[in-house]
Write a protein that binds this ligand. Structure first.
Ligand SMILES: NC(=O)c1ccc[n+]([C@@H]2O[C@H](COP(=O)([O-])OP(=O)(O)OC[C@H]3O[C@@H](n4cnc5c(N)ncnc54)[C@H](O)[C@@H]3O)[C@@H](O)[C@H]2O)c1
Length: 381
């Protein structure tokens, strides 16, 4: 569906505007940089869309999203009427649609976040991950290449957002993932993201498409879909439901506040070197069980429950198949070369996150009713 979303026409403007003024407005509009953000209704994408729409009034931001179970326009109500924002509903797997979209709008840049993103779902439905994450990414690469090559790619940028999971797992506590760490994906999700990363680099190398890639650690923060660890725990504590922890909870992840990831994406989009990869992370490693205990403690205090109440809900469940032991990002390159660093300490970020969920229980309830509930019951019964 092309052009879904807001349609603007000159009839909205005052009849008193002179021809010269109207021409000026049209010129301003047409010279605006047009940036396509894919997956902008999802968790991270919505924070990136908000940042770009509010920080860059001279950019026109197109948010392309299929609105799968993970896409939610309620994440963007505060900016949905901004004059420099347009939502387009569509599927990146549909090559004809993507080609037409690029021809119509002649984007200057792409920030590609749309993906199937949940490891557990990739174990039960791997082909959905191949289609969106691999085929969908290739469709975007082809459309960008075909529309941009005539201009010699002048001023263009294709930014692919990826994950640290492509690097596999770490065992030695002194090891970190570097940009040069060989890929070793171990789940259908990470394999599909690794494959898409390879295609992006291949288009950069073969067709000279101006690409840049980032690989980020686990995000947390407002609007996080409640199938993922932190919002799942917050929601279950709210409803005094069991807190399912895989295996013994020994798996280690590096956590970054989602707004800091969006800031990093802004930095890399504008100042990252063409063809480069940057790792993004918070130097903030936590064992799953420790982070769950911290969420319990924070929630007990916020809800006025005696400390220790929520911990009693922890229930160990059969470990995820092929569960990677430890991920840890070395983010020195982006910090030293581009000057980005996380703005929040973890405890502060977690507090903000818990407060957001407590203040937005309607958002949570809308998601946790209906289809999601069936999925949840299947996964954790
Ligand atoms: N969440 C994390 O911790 C994390 C960490 C590092 C990297 N990433 C990457 O960041 C990106 C965004 O992750 P997220 O957690 O926000 O994911 P998400 O699942 O919350 O959002 C994905 C969005 O993509 C949309 N989408 C899915 N399939 C689509 C399709 N075929 N066509 C168009 N839109 C489609 C969904 O509707 C949704 O809005 C992904 O590429 C993910 O691999 C995520």
């Amino acid at each position: 569906m092309l052009g879904d979303g807001k349609k603007k026409s000159l009839s909205n403007f005052s009849i008193n505007l002179s021809y010269k003024n109207i021409l000026h407005i049209i010129q301003q509009k047409t010279s605006m940089k047009k940036i396509l953000i894919t997956g902008g209704a999802g968790f991270i994408g919505s924070h990136v869309v908000r940042l770009f729409v509010t920080k860059y009034p001279d950019y026109h931001i197109f948010n392309l999203d299929k609105l799968t179970y993970a896409g939610n326009l309620a994440n963007l109500t505060d900016i949905e009427n901004a004059p420099n924002y347009t939502f387009v509903r569509g599927d990146i797997v549909d090559a004809d649609f993507i080609n037409e979209l690029f021809e119509t709008h002649q984007f200057d840049g792409v920030i590609h976040l749309a993906a199937e993103s949940h490891v557990d779902r990739s174990i039960t439905e791997p082909m959905a991950f191949v289609m969106t994450n691999v085929v969908g990414t290739c469709n975007l690469l082809n459309a960008a290449k075909n529309t941009w090559k005539a201009s010699g790619y002048e001023g263009k940028r294709f930014y692919h957002v990826s994950t640290d999971e492509v690097y596999g797992e770490l065992h030695n506590p002194e090891d970190f993932f570097l940009e040069t760490t060989p890929y070793d994906p171990r789940s259908p999700y990470s394999a599909s993201k690794a494959s898409s990363d390879h295609f992006v680099r291949a288009y950069g190398n073969t067709y000279k498409l101006p690409i840049v890639i980032t690989n980020c650690s686990n995000n947390y923060g407002p609007n996080h879909f409640p199938e993922k660890l932190l919002p799942l725990m917050i929601n279950n504590i709210l409803h005094s439901k069991p807190l399912p922890v895989y295996g013994k909870g020994e798996n280690v992840r590096d956590w970054l506040f989602v707004v800091d990831h969006a800031r990093a994406i802004d930095t890399v989009y504008h100042t990252g070197k063409e063809g480069e990869t940057y790792n993004i992370g918070g130097f903030n490693e936590w064992k799953n069980i420790d982070i769950v205990r911290l969420v319990c403690k924070t929630m007990d205090s916020k809800l006025g429950r005696p400390e220790g109440t929520s911990e009693q809900l922890i229930t160990y469940v059969t470990d995820r198949a092929g569960h990677d032991l430890r991920y840890a990002i070395d983010a020195t390159k982006i910090m030293n070369e581009l000057g980005w660093k996380p703005s929040l300490q973890f405890e502060e970020g977690l507090e903000k996150t818990v407060d957001w969920f407590l203040n937005n229980q309607e958002w949570l309830d809308n998601i946790t009713s209906g289809n999601y509930k069936e999925y949840y019951d299947k996964m954790y019964s």
